[in-house]
Write a protein that binds this ligand. Structure first.
Ligand code: CA
Length: 457
């Protein structure tokens, strides 16, 4: 079947694809220009793939939530560069979420109820929602993890009043400060949602240096976009979230970065693309079409030549609302002015979307889900029985939630070379900056090896 592509204007184009005998007006790509108008450098639009009837999505419409941090880039780029439309998803609506709590509330009701069908998630939010641990009335809402969005791109930022007091990746020199603060106003650190990535990064970082996150400091929840403002008021000593917020703090000269998450755990799992299970079950082809669009966006993002343009697309008011794309452009190249005299200029420390030194970033390794669940057990957020008995309960949950099988099907349909499709659901033993190792075959041994924890193993 023949297909052709004809861009009529920046905001409107007509396309006839092999999927339909009639011409259809597609929106979702250039149909949703940034509100700042004319600010987006988007120009190249992908031609619509010649979609076979077997792969034609059941719907063109979906509503996905995102938070304005680099983790959301594959969703925004897939929309803006036409990768969703290319695979038949011409009505993708991206909905900026005010907080992770709002994202959770919105996925509970689904798009039919004015919410969202899925989107960007910290881990293990999809598992906690599936189990009804963080939903209203503890109602279980099955969710599927479909891809990892990114590795790296997150940091722990500290208020400038603590400059020169030994707060860095390792905290040995800062222990007297933490002890002194504990007896008056404890060191206060914020994350963006409890029990997930940022909470876990702060906890790992503190406890690796012998500081008990439950006894020696105060931890609280603040939405990502409010973190800079809250630190300006001086009520917060530290926070952890995704770029560009930690680097903005340095740029605005109100804070510095103690550690990049890339320093805590090189090539670590970060945030994920997950959807309501019922949406995926009803729209298996549309799910794969979304995945194919995201995979193409991830590959586009990993081309460093595209990153200046990526920063410009993300910076606009509609998405991140940055005064300048430069606060994104430098971290995107692995260049971090840590704000305490330390400068990192190392591409291996940058955010990666498709592939990193350890292999696939996009593929959702089940062994990483297990680390997030094990860490929840460590801090008493989940009962110990998830990990005992060979972690049978955790593994059963992961098998239900992590749909790496769908990722693989989509990758094959997209023509991803076999070498880039992992054959094992485990990435193997992981190592942290303090030398601690996580063997996914022995999560209980990992918990035993940790000095600070709230679980007795
Ligand atoms: Ca994050």
């Amino acid at each position: 079947m023949s297909e052709f592509f004809n861009q009529v204007s920046r905001r409107k184009f007509i396309v006839t694809a092999g999927v339909s005998a009639s011409a259809v007006l597609l929106k979702g790509c250039l149909g949703n220009p940034p509100e700042t108008g004319g600010n987006s450098p988007t120009s190249a639009v992908q031609p619509v793939a010649n979609i076979s009837p077997e792969q034609k999505p059941e719907t063109t419409k979906v509503k996905l939530g995102y938070i304005p941090i680099v983790e959301s880039a594959p969703l925004i780029i897939a929309l803006e560069k036409g990768f969703f439309t290319k695979h038949g998803m011409s009505d993708v609506e991206l909905s900026k979420q005010a907080s992770w709590g709002s994202a959770r509330d919105n996925v509970e009701i689904g798009s039919a109820g004015g919410g969202i069908d899925g989107g960007q998630w910290q881990m293990p939010m999809p598992h906690l929602i599936t189990e009804g641990k963080i939903t209203k009335g503890n109602k279980p809402i099955p969710m599927y993890v479909l891809a990892q969005l990114v590795t790296h791109g997150n940091a722990i930022a500290i208020a400038n009043k603590h400059l020169g007091k030994g707060i860095s990746l390792k905290l040995d020199a800062a222990k007297p400060l933490f002890a002194q603060l504990k007896s008056s106003t404890p060191f206060t650190a914020a994350f963006t949602f409890p029990h997930v990535n940022q909470d876990l990064w702060i906890r790992y970082w503190l406890s690796a240096s012998g500081i008990d996150p439950d006894g020696d400091v105060k931890l609280l929840t603040v939405p990502a976009a409010q973190t800079v403002a809250n630190m300006k008021t001086g009520t917060m000593d530290a926070f952890s979230t995704g770029d560009p917020w930690p680097f903005r703090l340095v740029n605005d000269k109100i804070g510095f970065m103690a550690a990049l998450t890339a320093e805590i755990w090189k090539n670590h799992p970060e945030e994920y693309f997950a959807m309501r299970g019922d949406w995926v079950d009803q729209h298996p082809k549309a799910t794969k079409a979304l995945l194919k669009g995201i995979m193409e966006a991830q590959q586009w993002l990993d081309n460093f030549d595209n990153r200046k343009e990526a920063a410009e697309i993300l910076a606009v008011k509609k998405y991140f609302g940055l005064s300048s794309p430069t606060v994104l452009a430098d971290p995107f190249q692995g260049k971090y002015d840590m704000g305490d005299g330390r400068k990192i200029d190392d591409k291996s420390m940058a955010a990666y979307y498709w592939k990193d030194a350890k292999g696939s970033v996009s593929y959702p390794y089940q062994s990483h889900d297990l680390w997030f669940i094990t860490e929840n057990v460590r801090w008493g957020f989940l009962p110990q029985d998830y990990i005992t008995n060979g972690a049978a309960k955790a593994k059963e949950l992961i098998k239900k939630v992590n749909r790496e099988d769908i990722w693989k099907e989509a990758a094959k349909e997209l023509g991803i070379p076999a070498a880039d499709i992992p054959t094992n659901t485990s990435r193997g033993v992981e190592e942290f900056f303090d030398g601690v190792k996580f063997d996914p075959e022995k999560p209980e041994e990992y918990l035993k090896s940790l000095k600070i924890k709230k679980v007795s193993v």
